[in-house]
Design a protein around this ligand. Structure first.
Ligand code: ADP
Length: 793
């Protein structure tokens, strides 16, 4: 880029240019002008140079003009011969005039420059003035705007605002203040504050010093005391909340006070409602009979209601801050800590537990506790615990359990004791039957007695079973059984009752065997209980249907078999159906309907079915419309055929039946022993008696019997000890030992087998069952006393 031309060069350039132009013009006009007006163009060039460039360029144009004219135009042309006087005069006058023009031009230029400069100065001053004016206008506008903004703000603010001067005279009042005081601003302004703003203490009703005076005095912001009420111009009163602050100018001088206040009626109401609610809930918690406490995640108690004192003896402040688990019974601690861990995993969840807690007096109290995890609730942030003292209930439960145990034990004893007289009675009846000639009356009376004894035996059996249920002592001897054979056995038991009641029985069995893993005796008891009930609660001529069918799952595992017993009898009212399986439940306790039951048959049915992994349901459309009992049991696969493990010799088959043998009967009940002996003697056996353990041993050693029927519960030595003593101490091995027991448990059977018993007969022994057993025993070998094979009773 070309460097800018310096101003002086420009100025002198103008002079040179002007001279060149003048020379060109003179050259062109030379022919026309001849020797006239030689310097005209150069005067003009000097004037231009002086005007535009100043004195220096004018002088340059002057000198150049003299040279050019004398060289080019003055005769003799093209030489600098200035010898002609006229030329010299012309040149001197041109030079002198040009100098004068240059000087005039210079002073004109200077004057012009000064004028321009002062004009510029004036312009600048004017501009500055204008700017100042604009600025002032702007700031005035801003102040105006601010004032307006302040006015609008104070007017639209929700709080009431009053400003005063230092004399406590009102200078400003916003609309809210107008509304609350009842004073329009126009009237209030200029008035003393206490005239417009009258405040009293709500409770003492005394006038309160207005806060302005204090703000002025103390020079700081001040607030009103609580419970301040403003009395409006019309006398209405409303609670207010306020504060006053001094207003200061730029220099920090207090020029007034601004008072801000608001109507707190709504706030006060909400506060009162909140307080009332708080009081209510506090009373609920404090008066609650239950203990209510809050615990953090670490188990530290953060709050305890005052009922804690009643429950645990500790005042709440002795519990707060303490670990809630410190006072817990060590045996309950692990379980409860596990529950807490579980609860911590479930925000909002609830767990409950019973545990023992140490009372301040050292005793243990049972507490029932429900805990809810509200740790995530921002308003609570704790585990809420509701605690109830259930020590009395626990004691009552324990007493109840103990009473129940006592009852079960009593039932067991009662059944046992009732059973004892039944045995000789039944034996005696049997004997009467065998000995009676053809006296029809006597026969009738005997069979009636037999039926009643049979009934008594059933009741006693039920009683025994119920006591066993209560003590959890029922045991099953499960084996794979065919349901048809179970039903056949039940039918054998129940059919006489159904026939005697004159009812029509239909039985529907599946063609294929269905197998169950079951105790056949107990399952037959279930079915026969249901059949007996059907017979008992159905009038003569009614129908009883027994059916066995596979459930929809089929007769293979995991299917079920359904046994239904349906009757057309008295039915069951719907409200009784849910309770029908409860112990001692009877729909109609009136004597004519009670049918001699104890209300435990169905309880036994349900318990036994459940012990077999099944379930039982009762259905009935209602009274008079018959009932249906449905038993469902899980089926098992058909068992592989087993080689018989027992040798059974039925009467009349194979070896000779055991007759005319020597039998020892041992029972502490003389009547039982003697009646049994009489029955056996009648069959041609030689019978010896003993009534206690040592007597039994002595008799066995004396008579060396073929069979010994040993009661287990004997005075002196029990039946097991007698058996062991005979076998081991005295080597009496040829005698077949038969135990007379109740429903023997597995443990009893194992023990009995260990000490040498070959059989069990359930008391009271049926004479027929005893005969069957004796007949089934093989005649003992004549020589070599070997132990006979065990035989099923
Ligand atoms: P109970 O020895 O009284 O018969 P259960 O436990 O066997 O005791 O039966 C309880 C009650 O259920 C009976 O007293 C009877 O009211 C009612 N019940 C049982 N089976 C039937 C049935 N097949 N029809 C009508 N009611 C029945």
């Amino acid at each position: 880029m070309a460097a800018p031309v310096p101003p002086y060069l420009r100025r002198y350039g103008v002079a040179v240019g002007a001279v060149l132009l003048a020379t060109l013009a003179r050259w062109l006009l030379d022919g026309v002008l001849g020797g006239h007006l030689l310097f005209l163009g150069y005067y003009i060039a000097v004037v231009i140079a002086a005007w535009l460039g100043g004195f220096g360029p004018a002088l340059l144009a002057d000198v150049l003009g003299c040279l050019v004219v004398s060289l080019l135009f003055l005769p003799p042309r093209y030489s600098l011969d200035l010898s002609a006087k006229a030329n010299l005069v012309s040149l001197a006058s041109f030079f002198g005039l040009s100098i004068a023009i240059g000087l005039i031009g210079r002073s004109l230029r200077l004057a012009q420059r000064r004028g321009v400069e002062s004009a510029q100065e004036a312009l600048a001053r004017q501009k500055q003035l204008e700017q100042e004016i604009v600025q002032r206008m702007r700031s005035e506008e801003a102040v105006q705007q601010q004032r307006e903004w302040l006015r609008v703000t104070l007017a639209s603010i929700g709080d009431a605002v009053i400003a005063t001067d230092t004399q406590e005279r009102i200078t400003f009042l916003n609309p809210v203040a107008e509304a609350l005081t009842g004073w329009p601003a126009a009237e209030a302004i200029g008035k003393p504050l206490e005239q417009v703003f009258r405040v009293i203490h709500e409770q003492t009703r005394q006038l309160i010093d207005n806060p302005i005076a204090r703000a002025l005095r103390e020079g700081t912001a001040v607030g009103l005391a609580n419970h301040t009420a403003l009395i409006a111009r019309d006398g209405t009163e409303r609670p207010i909340d306020d504060s006053a602050s001094p207003i200061r100018d730029r220099e920090g001088q207090t020029v007034g006070v601004v008072l801000v206040f608001r109507d707190v009626t709504e706030h006060r109401r909400a506060e009162e409602a909140l307080q009332a609610s708080e009081r209510r809930f506090r009373a609920l918690i404090e008066r609650s009979w239950d203990g209510i406490s809050l615990m953090d995640a670490a188990g530290i108690l953060r709050f305890a209601s005052s009922s804690a004192t009643r429950i645990l003896g500790y005042p709440p402040d002795e519990l707060v801050g303490r670990n809630a688990f410190d006072l817990m019974h060590p045996d309950d601690l692990r379980r409860t800590l596990d529950l807490l861990a579980e609860l911590l995993q479930q925000p909002g969840g609830t767990v409950s537990a019973d545990f023992r807690y140490r009372h301040k007096d050292g005793s243990w109290r049972w507490l029932e506790t429900v805990a809810t995890n509200l740790l995530a609730d921002p308003g609570v942030q704790a585990i809420v615990i509701n605690t109830r003292d259930i020590t009395d209930r626990k004691q009552a439960e324990e007493e109840l359990r103990s009473a129940n145990r006592t009852k079960d034990e009593f039932l067991a004893t009662l059944a046992h004791e009732l059973r004892n007289p039944l045995v000789p009675l039944r034996n005696a009846l049997y004997l009467i039957g065998r000995l009676n000639g053809h006296d029809e009356q006597l026969d009738k009376a005997r069979s009636m007695m037999e039926r009643q004894v049979q009934h008594l035996v059933r009741l006693v059996d039920d009683l025994l079973d119920v006591s066993r249920i209560g003590r959890g002592k029922i045991e099953l001897r499960k084996e794979p059984v065919d349901v048809q054979s179970v039903v056949a056995s039940a039918l054998e038991t129940s059919r006489p009752l159904i026939e005697a009641a004159g009812q029509q029985l239909t039985v529907a069995l599946p063609p294929e065997p269905i197998y169950l893993q079951a105790d056949p005796t107990r399952l037959a008891q279930v079915v026969s209980n249901l059949l007996n009930n059907a017979a008992r609660y159905t009038d003569a001529g009614g129908r009883i249907e027994l059916s066995v069918e596979p459930a929809s799952g089929g007769c293979q595992p995991p299917g079920e078999v359904i046994i239904r017993v349906r009757d057309t009898g008295i039915g069951i009212p719907p409200e009784m159906l849910p309770r029908i399986f409860d112990m001692f439940t009877q729909v109609d306790r009136s004597l004519e309907r009670s049918q001699g039951g104890l209300g435990i048959g169905l309880t036994l049915v349900q318990r036994l079915v459940e012990m077999h992994g099944g379930r039982v349901e009762a259905h009935s459309p209602g009274p008079g419309q018959g009932s249906e009992f449905v038993v469902r049991l899980p089926v098992v696969a058909a068992p592989a055929p087993r080689p018989p493990s027992w040798t059974i010799t039925p009467a009349g088959e194979g070896g000779a039946a055991l007759s005319g043998c020597r039998i020892l009967v041992v029972d502490d009940s003389h009547d039982t022993a003697e009646s049994l002996a009489m029955i056996l003697r009648l069959s041609g056996h030689e019978v010896h008696l003993a009534f206690d353990g040592p007597g039994a041993i002595a008799a066995a050693l004396t008579h060396r019997p073929d069979v010994a029927l040993l009661d287990i519960g004997l005075p002196g030595m029990n039946g097991y000890e007698v058996a062991r003593c005979l076998r081991e101490d005295h080597g009496l091995t040829q005698t077949v030992l038969v135990a007379l027991t109740g429903w023997a448990q597995t443990e009893d059977r194992r023990r009995a087998q260990e000490v040498g018993f070959a059989h069990h007969l359930v008391k009271p022994v049926e004479p027929e069952a005893l005969h069957r057993l004796l007949l089934s025993l093989k005649a003992p070998p004549k020589a070599g006393a070997t132990r006979p094979q065990p035989v099923h009773a």
